[in-house]
Design a protein around this ligand. Sequence first.
Ligand code: NAD
Length: 473
Amino acid sequence: MTQNEQLHMFVDGQHRRAAESREVRDPATGEVIGLAPVGTRSDLDAAVAAARRAQPGWAQQSDEARAQACRQLADIIGVHSGELARLLTREQGKPLKGIGSEFELGGCAAWLNATADLSLPVEVIQDDDTARVEKHHVPLGVIGSITPWNWPLLIAIWHIAPSIRAGNTVVIKPSPYTTLSTLRMVELLAAALPEGVLNVVADGEGVAEGLTTHKDVDKIIFTGSTETGKKIMAAAAPTLKKLTLEMGGNDAGIVLPDVDPKAVAEGIFWGAFINNGQTCAALKRLYVHDDVYDEICAELSHLAQTMPMGPGLDESNVLGPVQNEMQFQKVTRLASSSPTEGGRVITGGAPREGEGFFFPITLIADAREGMACVDEEQFGPLLPIIRFTEVDDAIRQANSLDVDLAASVWSKDIDAARAIAERLVAGTVYINKHGEVAPHIPFGGARYSSMGVEFGIEGLKSCTNIKVYNIAK
Ligand code: NAD
C-alpha cells in the first residue's frame, strides 16, 4: 500500500467508510505507511446488527459447509500471504522471514484448516425404554473479538476460526496499533462469506466499550493484557456475556545444573525473544542453577550479539523494532532501573540510536525477585536471569506471581524435569523447549493469565452452548 492509501472497515458484506482517519507509521522507520479509519459507535452498531441478521442463516448451513468455508479462507490467506506479510511487517515491525510475518500467515492458514477438521457430533446420553436424551452443541450467536498488536493476524484467526466454524457470526475490533493488516486480511476473508458473517470495525471512541456492553453480543473473545481483561469482565457483567480471556504472562524457565549450556542456549534464546519478546507465552524470567549460571549467561549473550536486528523488510534481519512507543518506553524504563536495583546488564541495556523503536536484546544478570524487570511482564527484548542453588526456592519464586501462562524446565533428566513441572502453576509446562503452540493442543493459563482455553476441541466448544433434547418414550 502507498502512503495515502486508506483501507476501510468491512460491515455487512461491504466496505464502510469512516469520516475520520489517522496516519499509521512504520515502527522501524517512522515513515507513514497508510491511513487507518477511526471507528465510531454507529459503525459498531451497524456491524453488530449485520452479524445478528446473518447469524441464523449461517447456523443453518450444514456443518460440512462451514468446514469447507474455513478451508476456503485458508486458501485465500495462502493466495494473499505475500501482500499480507509485507503489510504486517511494515505495520507491526516483525521480520518478513524467520519467525516473522510469513510464519504468522502460515499459522493463520494452518489454524483455519485444523479448525475445519474438528467436529462436535451429537452425543446420545441415554436411549432406553423411558427416554432418548441427546446433547447438541449449538452456536452462541454473535461473538465480539478484541485483539492485541503482537501477533495480530494469527490471534484474529484464533478468534474467528472456531467462532464461524461453530455457526456464530463475528465482529472483530483490532488493536489500534495493527489496524491496517487486520482490515486487509478480514476484508479478504469476509468477502468470501455470506454478508454479515464476518465484520471488522476499527478502534475509535466508544468502540471497544460498545462491543463489551452491547446487548446483542453474546460472547467476547479477548486477547490482551490482564488489566484490560478485568475491565472487559466488569463491562460484560450486566449483559452476562460468555467470555474467553487470554491475558498476560510472566513465564518462568528453570534451568537445572545437568544441562549442556551450548545445547540449550538457542532454545532458551528463542523461547524468550520470539517476536522480540512481544509474545504472551515467551520466557520472561530465567532461573538458572549456580553451577551453569555463568556459562548460560555467556551463551545467551553471544547469541544476542550475533542476531541481526533491523527493519523487517530487509530479509537478513531476524529481529525487528519494538512495535510501539508505549512498549519501547516500558522496556527502556525496566532496563534503566535494573542496575540501580542490583542487576548487571551483560548485553544491551539502552535504546539504539537512530530512527525506529530499536532496542537491543538486553540480558540482566544477578536479577532478583522484587526488581521491576522480574516482577513486571516486560513484553519486549529484555530477559532477567536469576541465580538459584536450591530447586525448591526456584519453584517458589517461579510460582510467586499471579500470571501463569506457561513455564519451562530445562534438564537432561526428563523425570526430574517432570517432577518440577508438576509443582509449577501454569497452563502449559514445557520441558526443554518454551512457547510452542499448535492448533490441536489446548492453550490457556492459570490464575490471572486466562479464563477459558483456546484451540482444539475445547476451543471449539467454548464457542457453543450445550442444548439437550430429552424425549419421552
Ligand atoms: P491491551 O490489553 O492493551 O489491548 C488489547 C486489546 O484490548 C486492544 O484491541 C485494545 O484496543 C483493547 N482494549 C483496550 N481497552 C479496552 C477496554 N476497556 N475494553 C475493551 N477492549 C479494550 O493489550 P496489548 O498491549 O495489545 O497486548 C499485550 C498484552 O497482551 C500482554 O499482556 C500480553 O501478554 C497479552 N497477550 C496475551 C495472549 C494470550 O494468549 N494469553 C496473547 C497475546 C498477547
